[in-house]
Design a protein around this ligand. Structure first.
Ligand SMILES: NC(=O)c1ccc[n+]([C@@H]2O[C@H](COP(=O)([O-])OP(=O)(O)OC[C@H]3O[C@@H](n4cnc5c(N)ncnc54)[C@H](O)[C@@H]3O)[C@@H](O)[C@H]2O)c1
Length: 244
């Protein structure tokens, strides 16, 4: 079997580092995209030549296209794309500045859209079953917790992109799925006040947040051969919190 090549966005963040570790542990070569140069440089020094860290602002469509070109030249193509870069801006509706709203949609949705636009033509040149894994959020489905509406909407848009591309490219063997986690312990917890964070963790049925490595196991599963049979699904990971 030929060596697989993955791109992970938001690679230097809490989830991203776990995804890079899991995929590299599976024998996949990984290119990590992030705006955080220092984090990428630190990863590059420990992960070696099977990792390629590229500093890129993924809200810039031209920069995204250039980064994919660099990966194609360095590694020869792309088999797996994990659209993970994102954040949650916390201004509460209706007092959300227009630029914050636009930045939320750009960061959580447009980045993934641009990456898919660059990834699909490269994937169509590859053999085997290719994978796009979009990191969504329970926030698109659970209305009991804190998430502001632009965050929910950005992830709902992402999940619709998942279904569109899954349908569009099924016969081209590109599987597209979303993983929608609930509270997972990463630096993103820093956007929440202590009170909101404690309340959200208290709603988790196991009484604690999930760990990035647990979400990474699902990314690894979807990226591997057992994932070949799943496309167009939104996989909710939340310890059973929202079962009604
Ligand atoms: N942590 C959670 O509880 C949780 C729950 C559900 C969904 N998610 C989703 O998981 C994903 C990863 O979040 P995380 O918890 O690891 O957060 P994080 O803040 O640790 O990581 C996000 C990464 O995205 C990068 N990034 C931000 N803007 C960028 C840009 N313009 N271009 C390139 N990179 C950029 C950051 O530098 C950072 O490394 C996000 O999409 C988030 O919405 C997280």
């Amino acid at each position: 079997m030929s060596e697989k090549i993955a791109i992970v966005t938001g690679a230097a963040g809490g989830m991203g580092r776990a995804f890079v570790a899991a995929l590299m542990g599976d024998g996949v070569k990984v290119a990590g995209f992030d705006i955080a140069k220092d984090g990428l440089a630190e990863m590059q020094s420990t992960l070696g030549a099977r990792f390629l860290g590229l500093a890129v602002d993924l809200t810039d469509a031209k920069a995204v296209a250039a980064a994919f070109d660099t990966v194609e030249q360095a590694f020869g193509g792309v088999d797996i794309l994990v659209n993970n870069a994102g954040t949650c801006f916390m201004s509460e509706f209706p007092n959300i500045p227009a630029d914050e709203f636009q930045q939320q949609m750009a960061l959580n949705f447009s980045t993934a859209f641009y990456c898919c636009q660059s990834a699909v033509p490269l994937m169509l040149k590859r053999g085997g079953v290719k994978k796009i894994i979009n990191i969504s959020s329970n926030g698109a489905y659970n209305f009991d917790v804190f998430d502001p509406p632009p965050y929910r909407a950005s992830k709902a848009a992402l999940d619709t992109l998942t279904k569109d591309l899954a349908r569009r490219y099924a016969r081209d063997k590109i599987c597209v799925n979303s993983i929608a986690p609930a509270m997972t312990e990463t630096p993103l917890f820093g956007v929440l006040s202590d009170e909101v964070l404690a309340g959200a963790i208290a709603q988790m049925p196991h009484g604690h947040a999930m760990q990035p490595a647990q979400i990474a196991g699902w990314v690894s599963f979807l990226a591997g051969p057992m994932g070949d049979v799943s496309s167009g699904n939104v996989i909710i990971l939340n310890q059973g919190r929202d079962v009604r």
